[in-house]
Design a protein around this ligand. Structure first.
Ligand code: ZN
Length: 435
């Protein structure tokens, strides 16, 4: 193993440990599980936890009641718990209204949810915006329930409280922002959504430790849909700063990376992610925007149309473990988490370095040999490095970014960026506009 692999292994392990730390908490779109999750994230990064009161109007929505779940079970006539929230928080439908009743299996049956095609897995079900109650269980558990009467209890409260979300803001040299957002509202599920939470947390820690940031960064940990809508409603006045953005989710399964472009489709973030994935040499997919998925739906709604794409490995709903108890700690792979994190670091580094320059000696080629820039480099890459100088000088007319030059020349961004750095050191290149 070389040093790079050692680093990836330890990053993967640290990411998986964070997933495992957060896994037991019973998160939902509001409530203490979400709040505790944010507090644990705040041990790693400078996080502001916002609390927005129930009833607050947010765009076309209203912040809902807060859900507090203490216990839930179905017990048979002998008092034995045949469905028990204490064994898995997936057993109670998220946002279930409180209930305390004795009923027959036939009466209980409409409130029981299973996956007949995956009979050993507990489904994940929610009822956020319609008051209801229910239990989720394996199909085998259901089939084993005898006729008879059952005691049913969901010890929960749905009452005015707050919606919590977390925000980590890291100022840079410019107020132009890179927005990173992940949903943090699912209970004991690993890939969807704790992989995104863990990778976003580590990215924020990585960015916070950088000696210099060109961009400012805002990393959001929000309950899905309502959290993004709440954040947008409270931040409309500063959305013009959002220059690039990514929604992060499902980053820990074994599948290849999938990048879903922003609604615009031609944003700089779209070009940067596509370039980084192609340069990695790893199998990947780049797909067009569509208005379902995660919170890119909100950021890319037509009234905002922010340049925000979505990075996952296997997209939501495309893996059989999705929204079931099989999306557990084993399904999330340390090596996949590390690979997702490293590719995201490459994306952010490319964003930081991509800029438009002007050739300061544009009439004829400047004499590179006199400046020690030509035939001065040894090794196999020398020819490519020299050609890169010529590409940068020729296309740096104030209109082509370094990424555009890399794409047109067919070079990795790194090579073009190195060439631009050398030309700047020799006074042959200057930023087209200050950044
Ligand atoms: Zn989900």
């Amino acid at each position: 193993m070389n040093g790079h692999d050692d680093g990836a292994a330890s990053i993967g392990q640290a990411l998986h440990e964070l997933v495992a730390d957060l896994y037991p908490l019973c998160r939902s779109i509001t409530g203490d599980g979400l709040r505790q999750t944010l507090r644990r994230i705040a041990r790693h990064i400078p996080l502001t936890i916002e609390e927005v009161p129930t009833g607050t109007p947010v765009l076309d929505w209203t912040v809902p009641n807060e859900w507090t779940i203490r216990d839930a079970w179905v017990a048979d006539a002998s008092g034995g718990r045949v469905i028990d929230f204490q064994r898995s928080n997936l057993h109670v439908m998220s946002y279930s209204a409180p209930v305390r009743a004795t009923m027959t299996l036939a009466e209980l049956r409409p409130h029981l949810f299973t996956l007949p095609e995956q009979p050993d897995r507990i489904p994940y079900r929610t009822s956020y915006y319609r008051e209801a109650w229910g239990f989720c269980l394996t199909h085998r558990q259901l089939q084993a329930l005898p006729e008879g009467t059952y005691d049913v209890c969901i010890d929960a409260t749905l009452a005015p409280g707050t919606l919590s979300y977390g925000e980590c803001y890291l100022p840079g040299a410019t107020p132009a922002e890179v927005l990173l957002s992940t949903h943090a509202c699912h209970p004991s599920l690993g890939n969807d959504n704790l992989s995104g939470v863990a990778v976003a947390t580590r990215l924020a820690a990585h960015l916070a430790a950088l000696p210099r940031r060109r961009y400012s960064y805002r990393v959001l940990f929000v309950p899905g849909t309502i959290g993004a809508i709440t954040w947008l409603a409270r931040n409309e006045h500063r959305l013009h700063h959002v220059t690039h953005g990514l929604v992060l989710a499902c980053l820990g399964d074994r599948g290849r990376i999938t990048y879903k472009k922003s609604r615009r489709g031609t944003a700089e973030i779209d070009a940067v992610v596509a370039h980084v994935l192609a340069a990695s040499g790893d199998a990947h997919d780049v797909v067009d925007f569509r208005p379902y998925g995660y919170d890119e739906r909100q950021f890319c709604s037509p009234g905002f149309d922010l340049p925000v794409g979505c990075l996952t490995r296997t997209p939501p709903g495309r893996f059989p473990e999705y929204h079931t108890s099989a999306d557990d700690l084993d399904f999330v792979r340390p090596e996949s988490l590390a690979d997702s994190f490293e590719k995201l670091c490459a994306v952010l580094t490319t964003l930081e370095r991509n800029a438009v320059y002007v050739n300061r000696s544009p009439r004829g080629e400047p004499q590179l040999g006199r400046r020690g820039l030509y035939r001065s480099i040894g090794g196999d890459d020398a020819a490519a490095e020299e050609l890169a100088l010529l590409w940068v000088l020729n296309l740096s007319d104030g209109h082509h970014s370094l990424l555009a030059i890399a794409e047109r020349a067919g070079y990795p961004f790194e090579t073009i960026w190195r060439a631009a750095t050398r030309l700047q050191e020799h006074g042959l290149l200057a930023p087209a506009r200050p950044s």
